[in-house]
Design a protein around this ligand. Structure first.
Ligand code: PLP
Length: 283
């Protein structure tokens, strides 16, 4: 079955989908995006993703007028047309098409592009069982990491560096030696006092939807959450650590910079939260 994409008002064969070379997303990475998981054919945490989308659009002053109901209808139809049961939808909104000039164009309509893909959740579960290796890398991103912008060069360079070192994810570290987040995920530890620790949401991290959902699940289970920065040394000495994201869910970290974390196996808090998040997704 051939994949279908959505481009600016039309469903088109994925391999023939295209945007203008004057699209500001293509020219300047002038746009925002979201990735929503699909479980059992349904979007996971749709309202929270749309809330964050609106925030990103507003911060970048992209004038988006489509209603949420219309946007959700497009995404749901795309999931249906691609027969995605378990997977994800990606969508981005650029400022639009205009003659190349850095300043905002006087007249441009935002362009929506959306794609859907299948994911093997069993493969994610297998990775969760073994846990992942991470490496640390300097966080060289800009001052507005809270905006889910399609400009991701520092993130992809960090991810590539991690992959070249045989690790799954790069954990980004600020100038003071504190972890910000992963290159495409939020970072968490269980500290020496048994608290679940993750960095406070600010302009220095993307406030993950999985992060927010997990806070709800942890609170229901009386797991104490402390939002504060933690250092690389704390990460290495943590009882447990994991990352969270839409496509990796809750993913335990078992080694940092080649050094085993704890006993080198996913810990009990991570396992509890993996199960809790699975329940939420109805997996
Ligand atoms: N932080 C960064 C830099 C990301 O790119 C992502 C996801 O892509 C996340 C955190 C996790 O966000 P979410 O849970 O909404 O997928």
């Amino acid at each position: 079955m051939s994949r279908i994409a959505y481009v600016d008002g039309r469903y088109v064969p994925h391999n023939r989908a295209a945007v203008s070379i004057d699209d500001r997303g293509y020219q300047f990475a002038d746009g925002v995006y979201e990735v929503i998981a699909v479980a059992g054919g349904r979007l996971v945490d749709g309202p929270r993703h749309l809330e964050r989308l609106h925030r990103s659009l507003k911060e970048l002053r992209i004038g988006w007028t489509m209603t949420d109901a219309a946007l959700l209808a497009i995404l749901t139809e795309l999931v249906r047309r691609n027969s995605v049961v378990d997977g994800s939808v990606y969508f981005q909104i650029s400022r639009g098409v205009a003659r190349r000039d850095h300043a905002f164009p006087a007249k441009a309509s935002p362009v929506l592009v959306a794609t859907a893909k299948r994911m093997d959740f069993a493969q994610v579960a297998k990775r969760q069982e073994g846990g992942i290796a991470v490496v640390t890398a300097p966080d060289i991103r800009w001052g507005r990491c809270d905006i889910k912008s399609i400009s991701l060069l520092p993130n992809i360079l960090a991810k590539q560096a991690a992959r070249e070192q045989g690790a799954y994810e790069a954990i980004l570290v600020d100038e003071r030696g504190f972890v910000t987040e992963g290159s495409s995920a939020n970072a968490w530890i269980v500290d020496r006092d048994g608290n679940l620790v993750t960095r406070t949401a600010s302009n220095e991290i993307l406030n993950g939807i999985t992060r927010l959902a997990l806070m709800d699940r942890a609170a229901e289970r009386q797991i104490r959450i402390v939002e504060r920065p933690f250092t690389v040394d704390e990460l290495k000495a943590a009882r447990e650590a994991f990352i969270t994201s839409t496509t990796s869910f809750v993913m335990p970290i078992v080694s940092v910079d080649g050094q085993k974390l704890g006993d080198g196996k996913p810990g009990p808090v991570a396992l509890t939260l993996i199960a809790a998040y699975r329940d939420q997704m109805n997996m």
